[in-house]
Design a protein around this ligand. Structure first.
Ligand SMILES: Nc1ncnc2c1ncn2[C@@H]1O[C@H](COP(=O)(O)OS(=O)(=O)O)[C@@H](OP(=O)(O)O)[C@H]1O
Ligand SMILES: [Mg+2]
Ligand SMILES: [Mg+2]
Ligand SMILES: [Mg+2]
Length: 404
């Protein structure tokens, strides 16, 4: 059995600039030195590092997968995208990203301890007509591993790739440790050339304890609610959080220091900016417009694909996140696990329309009351009240009666 010592040795060799220090440095990307700036919570919070090794490993896996996605997005061609049974898109990059993250985690964690709940499965790829796609995915995975250089001369076979993808079929549940992966969150955004995220979370006994979001197209500069462009055109952010340790953001290419980030402290809802799904099919934009009206929000919504919204909100670009899927949609845990801890460790709160926290202990789906909301503690009551009023108005309108 692989000893913990061997695992630590891998982490040191993969991240040579990360000694076993009590503060996060370099965040798994050693091309540039990074120093965590201590923010409002100070040294105490930073020293709480129960999941430090997990976060480093997650950053390594997410960074590799993000590189694969960037390579594909640069030259996305039609035959690299398929429709799944539910007609949602899936690309070679979704599969390649899942294969890479699964392979890295399985390789580096102690044997028997790795359990993964992930979005994609290998069924379509195993079918006859998936084989060209499988060749392409295997090629992409091997090119990414070779370019990284930290795994020796490892070459994965097509079977290895299928096995790695299939490992994401864990049912999850209330006890034990599960990694939760969305290999590309926001596939529609990815195909459009817009925002997407590689989202990896860690559940411990049903609770999200760590998470990493790779957002290759997210500007490093804040997104202004009024649409004003920043002079800083650099893109590519990695957000990392673990329980009690805060949230940090660093540039994906390692060229900028990692820094603690915090949700906005705006406490007047009229001054708040809110974000929501880019795709109208994913969230009721009429309902969210009414919530914004009740709150007196004047800025237009910031619409971004994927959990990049959670990252943007964790650094204060928006102070409210509203998500209200159309009737019949069931939320999956991989669409929210990493994003949730990135927001909560930055000082925000995430809850459903009944004001309850999200429950990740029920398996692959979230069981919640109409919608997901995130904001800061100061605005929580006002936002929740506005959500409940708007939902009542919507229900009354559907029944054709006055809400009063
Ligand atoms: N009908 C419907 N309603 C609600 N949500 C849906 C729906 N269909 C898909 N999805 C999920 O939305 C994920 C994309 O995240 P967002 O909705 O935040 O982004 S965006 O719509 O792309 O702007 C997207 O994640 P990926 O499949 O990983 O891209 C889906 O899990
Ligand atoms: Mg999908
Ligand atoms: Mg998703
Ligand atoms: Mg996805």
């Amino acid at each position: 059995m692989q000893a913990l010592g061997a695992r630590r040795a891998f982490l040191r060799s993969s991240f040579p600039c990360s000694r076993s220090s009590s503060s996060w440095k370099a965040l798994g990307n050693c091309r540039a030195p990074s120093i965590v700036r201590l923010g409002r919570r100070g040294v105490g919070a930073i020293r709480s590092m129960a999941y430090e090794d997990d976060v480093r490993l997650a950053i390594k896996a997410v960074s590799l997968a993000s590189r694969l996605c960037q390579a594909v997005q640069r030259k996305l061609v039609a035959n690299e995208t398929q429709a799944k049974a539910d007609q949602s898109p899936v690309t070679v990059a979704d599969y390649g990203s899942q294969a890479l993250v699964s392979w890295v985690l399985e390789r580096e964690l102690p044997p028997g301890t790795f359990h993964l709940i992930a979005e994609e499965d290998s069924e379509d790829l195993r079918a006859e007509d998936g084989s060209e796609m499988l060749k392409r995915i295997t090629q992409l995975v091997n090119e990414t591993i070779a370019a990284d250089g930290s795994f020796g001369s490892t070459v994965l076979s097509e079977d290895d790739v299928l096995t790695a993808i299939s490992r994401g079929d864990s049912p999850g549940g209330p006890s034990g440790r599960y990694w939760v992966l969305d290999p590309i969150d926001g596939t529609r955004g990815f195909v459009r050339g817009d925002q997407y995220a590689v989202a990896l979370g860690l559940l411990d006994n049903g609770e999200v304890v760590a998470g990493v979001l790779g957002c290759p197209n997210l500007p490093l500069a804040s997104i202004a609610a009024n649409g004003a462009a920043s002079d800083d055109k650099a893109v590519g952010c990695v957000f990392a959080a673990s329980r009690g340790a805060g949230t940090v953001m660093q540039s994906m290419d390692g060229s900028r220091e990692a820094q603690r980030v915090y949700v906005s402290s705006v406490d007047d809802s009229k001054l708040a900016a809110f974000c929501e799904s880019f795709e109208a099919a994913h969230s009721k934009q009429g309902l969210t417009a009414n919530i914004a009206r009740i709150l007196g929000v004047s800025a237009p919504p910031i619409r971004i694909d994927s959990q990049a919204k959670y990252g943007a909100m964790a650094r204060g670009d928006a102070v409210i996140y509203l998500r209200f899927p159309h009737a019949g949609y069931r939320e999956k845990i991989w669409d929210h696990a990493a994003g949730l801890i990135v927001i909560t460790e930055a000082g925000g709160e995430v809850f459903d329309a009944a004001g309850k926290p999200l429950d990740f202990s029920m398996g692959r789906f979230l069981d919640l009351e109409k919608g997901i909301i995130a904001t800061n503690p100061s605005l929580r009551s006002a936002v929740l009240a506005a959500v409940q009023t708007a939902i009542k108005e919507e229900e009354s309108a559907l029944k054709g009666v006055s809400p009063l």
